[in-house]
Design a protein around this ligand. Sequence first.
Ligand SMILES: Cc1cc2nc3c(=O)[nH]c(=O)nc-3n(C[C@H](O)[C@H](O)[C@H](O)COP(=O)(O)OP(=O)(O)OC[C@H]3O[C@@H](n4cnc5c(N)ncnc54)[C@H](O)[C@@H]3O)c2cc1C
Length: 397
Amino acid sequence: MEFALSDEEQAFQETVRKFGDKTLRPNERRIDSEGRIPDEVLQEMARLGLLSPLVPAEYGGLGASAVLTELAAEEIGRGDFSMATAVFYLLEAGWGWVLSRHGTEETRRAVLPPVTAGKAFLGIATTEPGGGSDLANMKTESRRDGDHYVLRGEKAFVSGVEEAKRLGGGHLTLSKNASGSGFNFLYVPTNTPGLTTQKFENMGRMGISTGGLAYDGASVPSAYRLGYEGKGFEYAMEGFQVARTFVSAACVGAAERALEVGTAWIKERKAFGQPLGKFEGIQFELADLFAQVEAVKWQCRRAAWMVDTYTFRGDTQHRSEVDKAVAAVKLTAPPLAFDAVRRVMMWFGAAGYTKDVGLELGFRGVMSYLVGAEGGLNIMRIILGRELLGKEFVPYK
Ligand SMILES: Cc1cc2nc3c(=O)[nH]c(=O)nc-3n(C[C@H](O)[C@H](O)[C@H](O)COP(=O)(O)OP(=O)(O)OC[C@H]3O[C@@H](n4cnc5c(N)ncnc54)[C@H](O)[C@@H]3O)c2cc1C
């Protein structure tokens, strides 16, 4: 067992940390207030290989490991506390990988180079107005019509709807296969005729939009289907396994940022004649949070290692092990990050409630991962229950 990062991993981590410090931190308030990640930030990410790093070099990516991608997610979550850049990063990373693995050569060539260059957005559309957890009961349908699929239905709460309109690009879209059984996973460009969008007003991570997509006879070439007809659900679940690892890593970064800000503050801020950090009530809270963040960080890196070792090698025999590792860390990382931010806000007293201190950016951003983005916490519990007890213990079909 080797816990030390390799030279390559350390160098990449340092590069992304510098990017976080020099580019993301000075821009995070602007990202939040202007509601978009500035083009120059995206261009810098493209230059550093941070837009879909898992994608092979021939499509503009780095062909990076999940561990390397996880390390970068930690740094991006720490750098832009609003979490908007982390979301942009992990969507491109996770779903870019799925497309590079299961997409046709035509789709890979059309979609991935602009995505890795920061000139197009790639996201995921599974959630519907009727719900996001019970995906098997979705209503959106895709019907084969010659060499095209025609989509009808609606998606909701989808990240990057505005970005895909502004930059170009689209979403990997899960739909019921109306021409047979199962589900189709199709790349649907946002400018497809018959597809309309709607923007939702969120409370946080304002730099990346969330919105609705309505398909009224939207037609895409059958070459845009990932893998086999009817097998799309499996590819989407594979993508969630990967993307949830990076969500968790971004939460680790956000928790570390909160502790960093909080530690500096309790060394300086005095009450009753001494720094707050001298009071055990606060010092022990810091110690507890540090211990928990360290545990979850290594849980997260192990999940990434399992993704590299099993998922990326197409090893389905260890599927259950990876599912457990990923669901466990997606269950622990967001609540821990939220708790860290909330507690550090309390150390600041009234100042913690101001925008000047900036902890509210993390408070609003991390909350998105508690309410459901990339799968609700109870869904992680259901996955763990299924894997620990057996499929017969899932209480519904
Ligand atoms: C900021 C943000 C960005 C998002 N981005 C995307 C995106 O890019 N693409 C996309 O497709 N979706 C996206 N989503 C949607 C997300 O995937 C869903 O929120 C999530 O899957 C949960 O679906 P839901 O919100 O419809 O809640 P529901 O499915 O209605 O569930 C409501 C609550 O009940 C719980 N629950 C559900 N079933 C059970 C059960 N059997 N037992 C116990 N509890 C249960 C859930 O955990 C949740 O807490 C995003 C969400 C947010 C908040």
